[in-house]
Write a protein that binds this ligand. Structure first.
Ligand code: HEC
Ligand code: HEC
Ligand code: HEC
Length: 393
């Protein structure tokens, strides 16, 4: 017992505390019920409220992100370009961008989304990662659409680091790439006739008729099978393939547009715009062996039996895809992130058996193949392959 506090005194103190708490809660409920608190966004916050919220937000972000380890983002141009492409469609409408003011409606949110260039300096990479991945309650700042895709969030962070140094021209070049000349929406371009130049809404990441993807984290669509492309878009739209970048884009396309876009890209020739990547990592010859024969002792089947140029339409062509994209996808299959459809599970079961080394080898092989001259090469391989799939093309 604390000296000076007899039991009845303690009891009185206890009832006083409980009584006060109940009174405060009742007062709060009464205040909320009365409707006297003005929730209008138009009236803004008092300076003191604003300062308090800002204080709480800053400390929350710092504490919540304490355990995150940031990858090295310095000079990662692929991440910066992919992040820029996403920023233009997914963030700039609220936050604006160099040379592009925010949407007027967004400016009337409370709190209003800030112009980010001066803001990013106050945060470390892991803080920015946390904000973009989780969003912020009570502000309208949304969470990342796919919580399993940290790799995509880091791409946005890599871009945010570059943002304060960008001129409007520099931003346009990064965000639109070779599509910067035409910034018309996908439907306008599709309906504009058979000589549709390039689908700008997609080209800013996937490249144009005459140029490949702007980042090696983005797949080539040109020359891919039409069935596969359409199916991939439906998978994203139905949330059965995870990507915070592609899911919102695919969700906006109706079935007719999906078919039209898939046919458009399937009809484009895979061009030789790019020399085989200079920095391929992994033994290319060992990769070719896996691609052609698999690794029977580890129950790994021949990749070309399903992925050859003449394989069934539901299988994607891998030749000439960027190595980084291929390796990333194999990682997603392996970790179960890309395993939500029957098709994806078929591939996931194979990817699980591949070691890091084998992934480096086989992706080096596929990335090194020049897309056009491949046809003959692939046809031979497909004929030799054990589990030959019905050729549809
Ligand atoms: C619907 C509008 C909206 C969209 C879309 C949006 N944000 Fe925000 N964002 C906000 C709002 C509102 C805030 C909170 C501002 C505040 O607390 O003062 C915010 C805050 C932030 C902050 C913290 C700024 C600071 O220092 O206070 C960052 C960083 C940020 N957003 C990045 C992004 C990125 C990157 C994207 C795209 C992936 C994005 N936002 C998409 C509305 C949006
Ligand atoms: C901001 C950049 C960006 C834009 C814009 C974009 N994409 Fe993508 N796209 C990606 C990335 C990154 C991926 C890989 C996503 C993943 O990991 O699943 C992808 C994947 C795809 C795939 C799957 C390809 C494969 O080999 O599996 C298709 C199909 C596709 N996009 C079509 C489109 C279409 C059609 C548009 C325009 C309406 C479009 N994309 C716009 C970045 C983009
Ligand atoms: C039994 C057929 C089959 C075999 C054999 C096979 N795959 Fe696949 N693979 C698939 C299917 C099906 C998909 C598409 C999954 C989907 O639609 O999400 C796929 C997708 C992929 C993708 C993603 C491509 C993209 O554009 O996103 C990569 C990379 C890949 N496979 C690599 C390999 C490698 C490497 C091997 C050999 C070790 C291999 N696959 C063997 C069926 C197969």
């Amino acid at each position: 017992m604390i000296p000076g506090f007899s039991t009845p005194r303690l009891r009185a103190l206890g009832s006083w505390i409980v009584g006060s708490l109940v009174a405060v809660i009742c007062a709060a409920l009464l205040f909320a019920w009365s409707g006297l608190y003005n929730i209008a966004a138009s009236s803004g916050h008092l300076a003191v409220t604003r300062a308090f919220l800002e204080f709480g937000m800053t400390n929350s972000v710092r504490t919540q992100s304490a355990m995150i380890e940031a990858p090295n983002l310095v000079n990662d141009v692929d991440r910066v370009r992919l992040g820029a492409g996403h920023y233009q469609g997914g963030c700039a409408p609220c936050h604006g961008a160099p040379g592009e003011p925010a949407n007027p409606i967004a400016k009337h949110m409370l709190p209003p989304p800030p112009t980010l260039a001066p803001h990013v300096k106050r945060w470390q990479d892991k803080h920015l990662f946390w904000i973009v991945k989780h969003g912020m309650k009570y502000t309208g700042m949304p969470a990342w659409a796919s919580q399993d895709r940290d790799d995509e969030v880091w791409a946005v962070v890599a871009f945010l680091r570059r943002l304060p140094h960008l001129t409007p021209e520099g931003y346009r070049e990064l965000a639109y790439g070779s599509a910067s000349a035409q910034r018309r929406p996908v439907t306008a371009l599709l309906s504009s006739g058979s000589d549709t130049p390039d689908i700008a809404a997609c080209a800013k990441c996937h490249g144009t008729k005459s140029a490949g993807p702007t980042s090696s984290l983005v797949p080539r669509l040109a020359g891919q099978s039409e069935t596969y492309l359409a199916q991939a878009l439906r998978d994203y739209a139905e949330n059965s393939r995870q990507s915070g970048i592609m899911e919102p884009i695919a969700a906006e396309l109706d079935e007719l547009t999906v078919k039209a876009v898939a046919a458009y890209y399937a009809g484009l020739e895979r061009h030789r715009d790019r020399q085989p990547e200079p920095s391929l990592t992994g033994d290319h010859d060992a990769g070719e062996k896996i691609a052609r024969n698999g690794a029977p002792e580890e129950a790994i089947p021949s990749c070309l039996s399903c992925h050859g140029q003449n394989a069934a339409e539901r299988y994607p062509r891998l030749a000439g895809q960027p190595q980084r994209y291929l390796a990333l996808q194999l990682g997603l299959f392996r970790s179960g992130v890309r395993a939500n459809t029957e098709r994806a599970r078929t591939m996931a079961a194979i990817a699980e058996r591949l070691s890091d080394r084998q992934i480096a080898q086989v992706t080096a092989y596929f990335a090194s193949l020049p897309p056009l001259s491949l046809t003959q090469n692939m046809r031979d391989a497909a004929v030799d392959a054990p589990a030959k799939q019905g050729a549809q093309r």
